[in-house]
Design a protein around this ligand. Sequence first.
Ligand code: SF4
Length: 426
Amino acid sequence: MSATLDAPSVGGCTEAPVLRQRGQREVFCGLTGIIWLHRKIQDAFFLVVGSRTCAHLIQSAAGVMIFAEPRFATAIIDERDLAGLSDANDELDRVVSQLLERRPDIRLLFLVGSCPSEVIKLDLSRAAERLSAQHMPQVRVLNYSGSGIETTFTQGEDACLAALVPILPRDVSSARSLLIVGALADVVEDQFRRLLSAMGVEDVRFLPPRSGIDLPAVGPGTVYLLAQPFLAETARALEARGAVRLPAPFPLGVEGTTAWLRAAADAFGVAPAAFEAAIAAPRARAETGMARCRAELAGKSIFFFPDSQLELPLARVVSRELGMHLVEVGTPYLHRQHMAEELALLPAGTALSEGQDVDRQLDRARAARPDLVVCGLGLANPLEAEGISTKWSIELLFTPIQGYDQAADLAELFARPLVRRMKLRI
Ligand code: SF4
């Protein structure tokens, strides 16, 4: 299969027109990112400064993960009769002190802002500075916004990582190091580390780290690879510290993973033979695994609603490696620089859209009757009821899908809803 992938049509969708819409949108807010970030940074705690709605979202979205000592909570401050902002700050200080007393294992505390006007009035960055000074050196307190007014759900991760960048230690050496940026499942991280080590790239660091006290150093010798496509602010912050981005498609599917690893290999002067030797076996396994799903998916049509910002790389995988036909590929934001390699690989003529006007987009989807729609939870049920198979885009965030060993799992995520519907028909 992938060895015989089509060469990209000249420029692919590099110059393609993009339908821009600024209407009603159906997407989670940035608080959702806490659900995967709290698993990743194991000594961090996420304190949402918000309303009961925020508490409800975070608990129901993370419902399956509520256990004895969760590492996220909500300080509810909207429904009280506040005499003034100083009261709100006192209340926040009290909640934080109580939390840190009860949980001495916390090393990194994020105050996560939200939408209610009472919260917007609070200066959380000053609160974070004040609390950091108070609880140093045991705990570092940072803040970012997960508000639905400012963020869609994957932007919460971007805001969180961008908040971490200023406190990363400075690497003064000019020796080249590789920073992989974007939350990945530990198992995926380990695979990438092994593959890179096999080709001789040893100094590999990850952001976010697994521990808040093990922050990766950055400096002028740092080159970085984005592992997730929604990290515009983080990238900007890293570049302000001297790090240089390696342009590459994202590590999804066989083709994307190979090109992404090759970008690192080229930056470190790895010889082509060493590169091939390191990737040959896992790439072959991934190709075999994906071939099974290709048989089920080839020729089927797919429509992406804008949700996670993973849409373009996913569209590239399903079209080029699984033979699916792209009806429309929507993305909440199109970062042309970060997406340049993805756009070049998409089939020429793909209908692209940025932003959302949900009713119009639903009309387009209904008219096209695609075999599969990738969308948020809120749209999935009505579409299923109309006989259209759906895949929840949030699943693509929760499931490890990057790299060779996950390529078949990624393909299966698309095949499963179609197989299920076929069985229901039988
Ligand atoms: Fe809280 Fe705003 Fe998200 Fe609603 S949209 S859960 S109010 S941050």
